[in-house]
Ligand binder design. Sequence first.
Ligand code: URA
Length: 206
Amino acid sequence: MSSTKDKKIKAIEVAAERCRNCDLYRHATQVVFGSGNTSAKIMIVGEQPGNAEDLAGVPFVGPAGGVLKHCLEEAGIREDEVYLTNAVKHFKHHISGGGKRRLHDRPNAAEVKACHPWLEKELAVVRPKIIVALGLTAARSVLGRTLVISKERGEILDELEGGARVIISWHPSAILRSISREQSAKMRQELVKDLKLAKKKTDYSR
Ligand code: URA
């Protein structure tokens, strides 16, 4: 049965389908809105949907989502305990391989800004205790300031209007693309540690 919060998120998603705040809608299949538990204490914010998410219309269902879901499990967080979303709701990409492959492009500052009102609306409905922002784009969008991930990850950071605290961590795609196995394993461990911190923080609140 859907809750009042589910209905509110659905209404925002329907409005986002008509969003023309930037040009990314032109080449994306569809808007990929947040999904999961709309009453979650933990909201996880990624960068933008990838190829698989663009086709499915659901966040974190591709390879990066696979890494994230394993890390959540390792951190003792069930998928139904979180709300998953992205800083940007359309897939930005370019075509390669003679028209066969759609490769991710990082959204620019104007695109992230244009999409920010949708994230704000999600935050106002879900009202999480902790936001875990994955990667630089998500962290900048959530915190509204510049930062260096390696310097600020793994800490409980700024309190946002509404009371949510922020933890930033590695984006699962960065873990997948990492230069060596050792580096990838280290970043993965750190993501799990950061998710555990989010869980611990929410276990003590409310
Ligand atoms: N990467 C993201 O940041 N979000 C997704 O939904 C998928 C991959």
